[in-house]
Design a protein around this ligand. Structure first.
Ligand code: PMV
Length: 349
């Protein structure tokens, strides 16, 4: 059934970025992961996107970022062309899309995750409205996650609150390569208040795009061991999340961050994305943990910036430590104060 009632023509969503604790690195087929990953969504780093469907003129996609026309529209057009196989109505309309981020482009936060997350939520809402389906259903989120994945793999983990898992694992049957699933039940309350201080070492353009990076795993000498390691780490991390085992959490998270970088360093061609100040921050975080016995750890994306993870009950001590010992190694003393978030939000105007 198709309908064209007015409210089906417009949708707006706010969607957060996410940071992986077990890293997705390497693809199979179209935007499917070589290994499972586990992440949490941020609270303050998000994208807001509105999509308006219309039939004026002949431009397929008008894309505005911060109110100005942007070349990202070309990537969106290719994406829409691809998803039209699943959403045939896409071919019948032109798109006017407005988007903005709560964080600067150079902040070292994955903007593709929040951007494609927000766009996919708009498309899913439009799709459900056009076909008269109930939006308040698990089916809705699954579809949004799947559409987000087709734009940027890690974006599929941005559509849920808190923690989520993407990729087949032995943990649950529901785990899938097609979409992420939320980790709703059983996470120990100690992790509800997980904090993320993003320490900006270098806000320059990434030396290696994630699509080039993923491709490096195709022929990687350590491919099989890396896949096995990710499965083992996701099992350990999930158990730590259930039991509130902070020490195990810290160990797995650091192991994953360094393994991601080890894969990049040992691929062909090889990339070293960590900077001297990244290493200085890592060493200081470890020394602080050893001396103070406060449970802190780091994770790192495919770049030089360091995410310092800690727990709410230690906020004052950790913030004093950041101020006292870490900001000297950040670009212009810049850091972003973030933490685990409540997931996407539908916006009404
Ligand atoms: O979603 P992509 O293609 O930008 O890849 C993201 C890869 C990492 O951020 C390095 C890891 C992850 O799981 O998010």
């Amino acid at each position: 059934m198709t309908g064209t009632v007015k409210h089906t023509h417009w949708s707006k969503w706010k969607c957060p970025s996410n940071i992986a604790l077990v890293k997705y690195w390497g693809k199979r087929d179209f935007q499917k992961p070589m290994n499972p990953s586990l992440s949490f969504v941020l609270q303050h780093a998000f994208t807001e996107t509105s999509v308006e469907l219309h039939k004026d003129g002949d431009q397929k996609v008008e894309f505005y970022f911060d109110g100005l026309p942007s070349s990202f529209g070309d990537r969106i057009e290719m994406y829409l062309d691809h998803v039209s196989t699943w959403l045939p109505w896409v071919n019948k309309y032109n798109f006017r899309i407005h988007s903005c981020n709560s964080f600067p482009h150079s902040a070292g936060i994955a903007s593709s995750a929040s951007s494609f997350g927000a766009l996919a939520l708009c498309l899913t809402e439009l799709d459900f409205a056009i076909s008269g389906k109930e939006t308040d259903s698990p089916e809705f989120w699954k579809k949004a996650s799947e559409l987000a994945r087709m734009g940027s793999g890690s974006a599929c983990r941005s559509v849920y609150a808190g923690f989520s898992i993407w990729g087949q694992t032995q943990l649950f049957e529901a785990c899938s390569d097609e979409h992420a699933i939320p980790l709703l039940d059983g996470v120990h309350p100690v992790f509800y208040g997980l904090q993320d201080a993003i320490l900006m070492v270098d806000s320059g353009i990434k030396e290696v795009s994630s699509s080039v990076g993923h491709r490096l795993m195709d022929e990687h000498f350590y491919q099989r061991s890396r896949i096995a390691q990710a499965h083992e780490n996701i099992n350990k991390l999930y158990l730590a999340l259930l039991t509130g085992n902070q020490l195990e959490f810290l160990e797995v998270v650091e192991n994953e961050a360094l393994s991601l970088h080890a894969m990049m360093m040992t691929s062909n061609p090889s990339f070293i994305l960590l900077k001297p100040n990244s290493l200085e921050l890592i060493n200081r975080i470890r020394r602080f943990r050893e001396k103070s016995k406060i449970p802190v750890c780091f994770t790192i994306d495919a770049g030089p910036n360091i995410h310092l993870l800690y727990f709410q009950e230690n906020e004052l001590d950790v913030k004093a430590f950041i101020e006292r010992e870490l900001l000297a190694f950040c670009e212009n003393r810049k850091w972003i104060d973030d933490g685990i978030g409540n997931g996407p939000e539908k916006l009404m105007n």
